[in-house]
Design a protein around this ligand. Structure first.
Ligand SMILES: Cc1cc2nc3c(=O)[nH]c(=O)nc-3n(C[C@H](O)[C@H](O)[C@H](O)COP(=O)(O)OP(=O)(O)OC[C@H]3O[C@@H](n4cnc5c(N)ncnc54)[C@H](O)[C@@H]3O)c2cc1C
Length: 464
């Protein structure tokens, strides 16, 4: 094995993407000197767990998808697999028509595959009728953008399943992933299985039904660690040791011959390769001087701002169904709240028997009202929404507000192609400088882990 002895790699940002990149390089290329420079006082980025009402309640991401392998594989490599837990409650609802209505069981990203699971009145009769068929589009789907023939999720679902399915089910479910709008989301990136199935001769629904028939319906969809997602961060931090340096904001990157100079408040660092894993706006600033084309593309990525309030009630004041993980609020309601997770029903380690703990979200790409509210107004507005939806009027025993400004990247149609072109420009103008992170392939933790693995592989290839 070529270990890359004597060469130095600097990873900028110690979120899950940067930590994975550094971990992969440390394990696969032990001869490389790896340094992670993180602006914040602690590593983790959007993975933050702090005690709330005496329990480890996440302030950002609280779990990861297990239907794709990358995060689960990383946990296995770190020896965490046996400690991971899956949700105790698997059903969720939508706030529709002034009531909580169950999301049809067996839906794929909100798309019901079996009309019998759709509660009466949930969908218009024409849409319900269509769900009994194969899901062939009304008109042949347009050619779309790029080699994947990308279309928006809205276009695909409207043509193959109907507008009611889109607006009342798929848009709220997918909007929950990145606070985006299905009509503006790249289907190739956010739901490639929909695009492939919609373009098949058999039709969207028939193809997805066939795929679902082979899947185990009891297999867990999400995993977390009972100490919170920060435990994954802590495990990586422990392995990486002194390679991680916090309170180190990178200000500039410039080329010096074949190497890179990284400018910090405290001085400069040199590297043979640099991997930028910061959010896209920060990455744009860092690469501006060496690749203006890449900077323009990165600066153009839109982000939604979200606010997340953890709210604890005495169990005697609020009880929520033990078999429900929470509910989503579709756009178009007059509420601020976009989602409410029943933390103690979802995760048994967050059920102390005495409190009901909720995680209540606000903010979408087309609704930044919460960003302009102070904490008191935000909390009182969310409490009004909780009173409407759950009927709770009592004072909470604890409240914690976390702000995530410009935190969730949006992926319009053609995003993949734009990113590929940006990376091509970067490799031409700035060989040895890599940019990755949640604005590239998707915001989910597994995708960020995969991006970190890929960045490490690209560095390994460069350094031979
Ligand atoms: C409220 C919320 C809930 C979420 N829930 C889930 C969920 O349940 N499941 C899921 O899979 N995903 C979820 N996500 C998405 C997921 O958490 C993120 O996409 C992922 O953690 C991003 O990781 P990252 O390493 O790419 O970026 P980040 O976590 O943003 O890390 C980037 C790091 O770069 C640092 N940095 C920035 N500028 C500089 C600089 N100039 N110099 C040095 N360092 C710098 C930052 O301080 C930060 O630590 C959620 C996101 C949010 C906001």
């Amino acid at each position: 094995m070529n270990t890359g002895t004597g060469r130095r790699v600097v990873v900028i940002g110690a979120g899950i993407t940067g930590l994975t990149t550094a971990h992969r390089l440390m394990v696969d290329r032990p001869g490389l000197e790896v340094t992670v420079l993180e602006a914040a006082p602690v590593a983790g980025g959007r993975l933050v767990t702090t005690p709330f009402a005496g329990l480890p309640v996440d302030e950002g991401a609280d779990s990861f998808l297990t239907r794709v392998p990358w995060a689960a594989d990383l946990c296995a490599e770190l020896g965490l697999s046996d400690e991971l837990v899956s949700p105790s409650a698997r059903s969720a609802s939508l706030w529709l028509d002034e009531q909580l209505r169950p999301i049809p069981t067996g839906s794929v990203l909100g798309l019901p595959l079996d009309p019998a699971t759709v509660q009466p009145g949930l969908l218009p009769a024409t849409d319900l009728e269509r769900l009994t068929g194969p899901g062939i589009p009304d008109q042949p789907l347009p050619a779309g953008t790029g080699p994947a023939g990308d279309l928006s999720i809205g276009e695909v679902i409207r043509s193959c399943a109907g507008p009611g399915v889109l607006e009342r089910l798929v848009d709220p479910l997918l909007g929950g992933v990145n606070a985006g709008m299905a009509d503006e989301m790249s289907c190739a990136l956010m739901a490639p299985q929909f695009l492939r199935a919609a373009r098949s001769d058999e039709g969207l629904l028939a193809t997805l039904r066939l795929a679902a028939a082979g899947a185990d319906p009891t297999a867990p969809v999400f995993n977390t660690h009972p100490a919170g997602m920060a435990h994954l961060v802590a495990t990586l931090v422990e392995r990486l040791g002194e390679r991680i340096r916090t309170n180190q904001r990178v200000l500039t990157i410039s080329a010096v011959g074949d190497t890179w100079q990284i400018g910090l408040d405290s001085g400069t660092e040199m590297a043979d390769a640099v991997v930028v894993t910061t959010p896209a706006p920060a990455a744009a600033t860092l690469v501006e001087a060496v690749c203006p084309v890449a900077a323009t593309t990165l600066r153009g990525v839109r982000h939604a701002s979200v606010s997340l309030a953890a709210v604890a009630y005495r169990r005697s004041d609020l009880e929520v169904p033990a078999d429900q993980s929470g509910f989503l609020v579709p756009r178009g309601s007059d509420m601020l709240m976009t989602a409410c997770s029943f933390a103690g029903s979802k995760w048994s380690h967050l059920d102390d028997g005495e409190h009901t703990i909720l995680r209540v979200s606000a903010g979408r790409i087309d609704d930044d009202r919460s960003s302009h509210m102070d904490d008191d107004t935000l909390v009182s507005t969310l409490r009004r929404d909780l009173s409407t939806t759950l009927g709770v009027e009592a004072d909470p025993t604890a409240v914690r507000v976390t702000r995530w400004p410009d935190s969730l990247a949006q992926f319009p149609v053609g995003h993949r192609r734009e990113m590929a072109e940006m990376l091509l420009a970067l490799s031409h103008d700035a060989p040895g400088l890599f940019v990755t992170g949640s604005a590239h392939n998707g915001v989910g933790i597994p995708t960020c882990v995969r991006s970190g693995n890929d960045a490490a592989a690209a560095v390994s290839e460069l350094l031979g």
